[in-house]
Design a protein around this ligand. Structure first.
Ligand SMILES: [Zn+2]
Length: 197
């Protein structure tokens, strides 16, 4: 919630505008209404020789835990171009041929996480500044409790299930607040850094 109007610096009020159905931040002086909407996180799932490109986070939140390359979509980007950029930033890997694979609503934090299957363009990858490690990990070597976020757990689970049955299709689902617990993610602030490639 805002305190002061970014346009005219007057006090912000929190009330339901006429004709609307929920409270908004409204400037008490210039009347501007500020809408807060869910944010999109976009990422990739990239396979090479049967293993999946993953990164161990070098930044908070969830520093030291494992993720697929992913981050917030920027203005002006398509979903997949944002996912490819995040893959470049976090794993120095170039990808193309994005196919929508998972769309995960996380309404209690106001986010939608979207993952694309993508193809590695060149045989190069290396950790970017936000990653301690980036590497390809086989299914049996994934430290599931050391995954950074529930959406990563669900996307990988869908991926390996689809791969086993022989075809991929998009998965749409909702994650609840208790998914951290039901999926068994380690919430210890000090992750198990023995989990590696
Ligand atoms: Zn104002």
């Amino acid at each position: 919630m805002r305190t002061y109007c970014p346009t005219c610096a007057a006090q912000i009020e929190h009330r339901v505008p006429s004709g609307d159905d929920r409270p908004r931040d409204i400037c008490s002086a210039c009347g501007e209404i500020f809408y807060d909407n869910p944010r999109n996180v976009v990422g990739t799932i990239v396979e090479r020789n049967g293993a999946i490109l993953m990164c161990r986070r070098a930044i908070d939140p969830r520093r030291g835990f494992w993720t697929l390359p992913a981050g917030f979509l920027e203005l002006g980007e398509s979903g997949f171009s944002g996912a490819a950029r995040e893959t470049r930033e976090e794993a120095n890997a170039e990808v193309d041929q994005g196919e929508l694979f998972a769309m995960i609503d996380i309404t209690h934090i106001g986010q939608i996480h979207i993952f694309y299957r993508a193809t590695l363009v060149s045989d190069y990858w290396a950790p970017g500044p936000e990653s301690e490690i980036s590497c390809f990990i086989d299914e049996q070597d994934i430290a599931w409790s050391q995954l950074a976020f529930p959406s990563i757990h669900r996307t990988l689970t869908h991926y390996f299930n689809d791969r086993r049955r022989g075809y991929f299709e998009p998965h749409i689902e909702t994650l609840e607040r208790d998914s951290w617990q039901t999926l068994g993610l380690d919430r210890d602030p000090t992750p198990n850094r023995h989990a590696r490639c």
